[in-house]
Design a protein around this ligand. Structure first.
Ligand code: NAD
Length: 502
C-alpha cells in the first residue's frame, strides 16, 4: 500500500488545514494580481466554506498574458528548441506533477468536491501521463515530402499555430487542462490556460512546476476568472491563434461567434453528451453491465461529459439490471470527499446542485417513475450533495432524456430491438459516446457503426487510454483530444516548393 493510500480522513483534513493556495494569475513566469485588484471566492463544495481568494482576471489581464505568450512564441525560446530538449522539459514537468500528486489531489478535491481516492488514483496520474505521452511525440513526429517528381522537392511541414488559449471546465480540472497542455506545448506553441471559475487551484499550482521544469517564462500562463470576462476576452483577442475549448454547447457556440467577430482563430470544441448505454438481452455478463452502468452515471457525481445518463435496456432484463444498479448505488451514497472510503462526493456548487435537483423535479413532473434517490443529501454539512438517482419508464422525448443533467441521475428507457435502440440512441443533439452490450459480434459491430458517437464501447463502459482519440459527433463538438490525432489541432501545414532545376 502506498503512503497516500494509507492516509485517513483525519490525515487529509490536517493536510488541508496546512495547505497554502495559489490564487494569483500566472503571467510571464510570475504570480500576479488581477490589474483591477479584484478577487472572487473559491468555495469548497463539501461544506460551502471559502477556501481562498482568486484573482478575477479580465480583458486587461488577458492582454498581458497574450502579450507575454506572443513574445515567447515570436522569439523562438520554445518553438525553436530542439524537439528533444522540449521533450525533456515536458517530461520533467510531468514528473513534477506526479511528485506533487498528493498535494494536487487534495487541491482538486477541495476545489470541486470529487472523492480524494479518485483525485489521487485517476485525475492527477492521468494528467501527468498525458503530458509525458505528448512529450514523447516531440522528437518522434516526422514531416512529409510530396510525390511531386524529379525536378521538385515539395516539403509539407507542420508548424505550431502560435498562441493557444485553453478554456476548460470544472469536472476534471487538471486532466482536461492536461489534454490541451500536452499536445499544445509538445508542438511548440505557447499557451494561456483559463480554468473554470469553480476550479482554478490545480492549474495555478502547476504553473510554478512548469517553471521548475525549465519551461521558459511566457510559454505557460494561467489566467483565472469568469467566463464572461476572461474567457470572452480570450475568444475575442486578435492575437490568440487558437482556442481549444472543453465545456458546454452553449459556450462552445459563443467561441465560434467570437472567432467570427475577431481574427477567425482556430476553434475546437469538446462539449457534453447524453450517452446511451445499450444493454441487449443477450448481454454476455449482466452483473458486469449493471455495475458498469452504475459507475457510468454515479462516478464523479455524474459530472462526466460521457456519463452513461441514458440506460437503454431490453424489457425482459430491465428489472434485473435496475436491481443490481440499486445495489451498487447503495454503496455509493455521497460522503465527505476527503474520506478515502467515499465513492461519491459533492456537486461542484450551489448552481449545479439547483440544476440537478431541477431536472429531478422535471423528471417527476414529466411522468417518469422515480425508482430511487432524488433528494439532496448531507445538507447539514453545508455542502452540495445529491443521492444517486434512477428514473424508470422514461420516454426518450422527455427533458431528462434529452438534456445533459451533469449529475448522478439515470434515465431508463426500454427498446424493442437493435434498430429501435439505434433510433433512440441517436435521438438527441449529442454524439459524444455510446455503449453496446451483446454477445453477438455482428450485432455489436453493426450497431456501433450506426450510432453517431465519437466513441462506442462494446461490452464495457468508459474504458480509455491516451492512445485513442476522444471527442464528439453532432453538437458534442469537433476536434479530438488524446491520441496522435490531437496534435493536428495545434499545428498548421506549410508547403515549401523547391525548384531543383533552378
Ligand atoms: P461551461 O461551458 O459553463 O464552462 C467551460 C469554460 O468556459 C469555463 O472555463 C468557463 O469559465 C468558460 N466560459 C463560460 N462562459 C463563457 C463565456 N460567455 N465566454 C467565454 N468563456 C466562457 O462548462 P462547465 O459547466 O465548466 O463544464 C461542463 C460542460 O463541459 C458539460 O457540458 C460537459 O459535458 C462538458 N465537458 C466535455 C468534455 C469533453 O471532452 N467532451 C469533458 C469535460 C466536460
Amino acid at each position: 500500500m502506498s503512503a497516500a493510500a494509507a492516509l485517513s480522513l483525519d490525515d487529509w483534513k490536517s493536510r488541508a488545514a496546512g495547505l497554502s493556495h495559489r490564487g494569483q494569475a500566472f503571467i510571464d513566469g510570475d504570480y500576479v494580481d488581477a490589474q483591477s485588484g479584484e478577487t472572487f471566492d473559491c468555495v469548497n463544495p463539501a461544506n460551502g466554506q471559502v477556501l481562498t481568494a482568486i484573482a478575477a482576471c479580465e480583458a486587461a489581464d488577458v492582454d498581458r498574458a497574450v502579450a507575454a505568450a506572443r513574445r515567447a512564441f515570436d522569439d523562438g525560446r520554445w518553438s525553436d528548441l530542439p524537439p528533444v530538449v522540449r521533450k525533456k522539459k515536458l517530461l520533467r514537468f510531468a514528473e513534477l506533477i506526479l511528485q506533487h500528486k498528493e498535494e494536487l489531489a487534495l487541491l482538486e478535491t477541495l476545489d470541486m468536491g470529487k472523492p480524494i481516492s479518485d483525485s489521487l488514483a485517476i485525475d492527477i496520474p492521468a494528467a501527468a501521463k498525458c503530458i509525458a505521452w505528448y512529450a514523447e511525440t516531440a522528437d518522434k513526429t516526422y514531416d512529409e515530402i510530396a510525390p511531386t517528381g524529379p525536378s521538385v522537392l515539395g516539403l509539407i511541414t507542420r508548424e505550431p499555430l502560435g498562441v493557444v488559449a485553453a478554456v476548460v471546465p470544472w469536472n476534471f480540472p487538471l486532466l482536461m487542462a492536461a489534454w490541451k497542455i500536452g499536445p499544445a506545448l509538445a508542438t511548440g506553441n505557447t499557451m494561456i490556460v483559463k480554468p473554470a471559475e469553480q476550479s482554478p487551484l490545480t492549474a495555478l499550482r502547476i504553473a510554478e512546476l512548469a517553471t521548475e521544469a525549465g519551461i521558459p517564462d511566457g510559454v505557460f500562463n494561467v489566467v483565472p476568472g469568469f467566463g464572461e470576462t476572461a474567457g470572452r476576452a480570450l475568444g475575442l483577442h486578435m492575437d490568440v491563434d487558437c482556442v481549444t475549448f472543453t465545456g458546454s454547447i452553449e459556450v462552445a457556440k459563443m467561441f465560434l461567434k467570437y472567432a467570427g467577430e475577431s481574427n477567425m482563430k482556430r476553434v475546437s470544441c469538446e462539449c457534453g453528451g447524453k450517452t446511451p448505454n445499450i444493454i441487449m438481452s443477450d448481454c454476455p455478463d449482466l452483473d458486469a453491465a449493471a455495475k458498469a452502468a452504475a459507475f457510468g452515471i454515479f462516478f464523479n457525481q455524474g459530472e462526466v461529459c460521457n456519463a452513461g445518463s441514458r440506460l437503454l435496456v431490453e424489457a425482459d432484463i430491465k428489472d434485473r439490471v435496475l436491481e443490481k444498479i440499486e445495489q451498487v448505488a447503495q454503496k455509493m451514497q455521497p460522503g465527505e470527499p476527503l474520506d478515502p472510503r467515499t465513492k461519491m462526493g459533492a456537486i461542484v456548487d450551489q448552481t449545479q446542485l439547483d440544476r440537478v435537483l431541477g431536472y429531478i423535479e422535471a423528471g417527476k413532473e414529466g411522468g417518469a417513475e422515480l425508482k430511487f434517490g432524488g433528494r439532496r443529501a448531507r445538507a447539514d454539512s453545508g455542502g452540495y450533495y445529491v443521492e444517486p438517482t434512477v428514473f424508470d419508464n422514461v420516454d426518450s422525448r422527455m427533458k431528462i432524456a434529452q438534456e445533459e443533467i451533469f449529475g448522478p441521475v439515470l434515465s431508463t428507457i426500454t427498446f424493442k430491438d437493435a434498430d429501435d435502440a439505434v433510433r433512440i440512441g441517436n435521438e438527441t443533439i449529442y454524439g459524444l459516446a455510446a455503449a453496446v452490450w451483446t454477445r453477438d459480434l455482428g450485432k455489436a459491430h453493426k450497431t456501433a457503426r450506426r450510432l453517431r458517437a465519437g466513441t462506442v464501447w462494446i461490452n464495457c463502459f468508459d474504458n480509455d487510454d491516451i492512445t485513442v482519440p476522444f471527442g464528439g459527433f453532432k453538437e458534442s463538438g469537433f476536434g479530438r483530444d488524446k491520441s496522435l490525432h490531437a496534435l493536428e489541432k495545434y499545428v498548421q501545414l506549410k508547403t515549401t516548393w523547391i525548384n531543383l532545376d533552378a
